[in-house]
Write a protein that binds this ligand. Structure first.
Ligand SMILES: [Zn+2]
Ligand SMILES: [Zn+2]
Length: 352
């Protein structure tokens, strides 16, 4: 087997952010400053039902930070939230989910089901908004890990007030039922997974106290989406960088991490075919994945690496690197844990 070095550049950023243009608590300027301080390569802002941030000219490079403006569509019942990214316009609200999925695609955009399995156990005033139209087709992916949903789901009683003070400590993992759903969807067609923050930077008022639950810089140090790209985004003119980014996101060429468990920058997850040494990224590639091959993981710090085949754990290894031999077809993916908390979820590798 020929040895080949991993020939890809990695970018890391935050998706699903709200600003004052809808119900977020920060201006675009504040959000951009925070993202730059956190050294993110990109952010994707998705205010509810509006592209005002794009109209105001924020969609461009801000030094090394790429800012993309999409929007979050919902149906007239406020259900079935959909992250529409890369469309030139926002569509009217009186549409069924299948209609806005189709409209986004027809206008050159890509779309992700937002917080599809959201449950909320505590706050009566903030009901859950799960995805209910599972018969819909044609969406590009799902928001696998939603930082806000994860946190809210576990907020069950006054004793959990503690969570308000240390919100990121409680981000645990993607619910099993959503992982199962995602694995099942990927048996029939590729469905990309992204991490979303759903940053609102809301002030929560409890009795006499008003508390900003997640200050924006804290929000940006949680769930992140990493993508493997041919080069740095800023090596390209903006329009080209934007298209390359949308393609990598749609094709799921990367993984999701929770920064709170460790900086996952530099993580390598790839499949290497034995016959010619070809390296394949997670998600969809130009060429399909052939066996025999080896799935390789290289981490910046130690974790427990789980290799999954068709949704079932096939091997678990603790360390900074791990390998898994693949001899037959299936849909393979990788999860990495720090203790009992999830750190990394790769996109799937469809094989055969
Ligand atoms: Zn939403
Ligand atoms: Zn949202």
């Amino acid at each position: 087997m020929k040895t080949t070095t991993f020939p890809h550049h990695q970018i890391c950023g935050a998706i699903h952010l709200h600003t004052l243009y809808s119900d977020g608590g920060v201006s675009f300027g504040e959000l951009i400053d925070a993202a730059r301080q956190c050294e993110l390569d990109y952010i994707v802002v998705t205010d509810h039902m509006t592209l005002k941030g794009r109209e105001a000219g924020y969609e461009k490079f801000h030094d090394d930070l790429m800012v993309l403006v999409g929007y979050e569509h919902n149906d007239p019942q406020k259900q079935n939230h959909y992250l529409a990214i890369g469309t030139g316009k926002a569509f009217p609200q009186l549409q069924k989910p299948q209609q806005y999925i189709d409209a986004v695609k027809e206008n050159g955009g890509i779309g992700f089901l937002a917080h599809p399995a959201e449950k909320r156990n505590y706050f009566g005033g903030l009901p859950p908004y799960p995805w209910t139209e599972w018969d819909a087709t044609g969406y590009d992916g799902i928001e696998l890990w939603n930082q806000m949903s994860d946190w809210m789901e576990n907020l069950r009683s006054w004793r959990s007030f503690f969570r308000l003070l240390y919100p990121r400590r409680f981000l645990s993992n993607v619910p099993d039922e959503l992982l199962e759903k995602w694995d099942n969807l990927n048996q029939s067609r590729f469905v990309s997974g992204i991490g979303g923050i759903d940053a609102h930077t809301r002030k929560l008022t409890i009795g006499p106290f008003a508390y900003t639950v997640f200050p924006i810089k804290v929000e940006l140090k949680g769930v992140r989406t990493h993508l493997y790209m041919p080069q740095k985004l800023t090596d390209f003119p903006f329009d080209q960088a934007r298209l390359l980014f949308l393609k990598a996101l749609k094709n799921g060429n990367g993984f999701i991490s929770n920064y709170r468990r460790g900086d996952a920058k530099g993580t390598q997850i790839y499949l290497q075919q034995h016959e010619n040494g070809t390296i394949q990224l997670p998600g969809l590639n130009e060429h399909s994945n052939c066996v025999p091959a080896v799935l390789k993981v290289q981490l910046p710090s130690e974790g427990t690496v789980r290799f999954l085949r068709n949704g079932a754990v096939a091997k678990s290894v603790k360390g900074q690197s791990a390998e898994f031999e693949i001899t037959g077809g299936g849909v393979y993916r990788v999860e990495v844990y720090k203790g009992k908390n999830a750190w990394i979820y790769s996109n799937p590798f469809p094989v055969g």
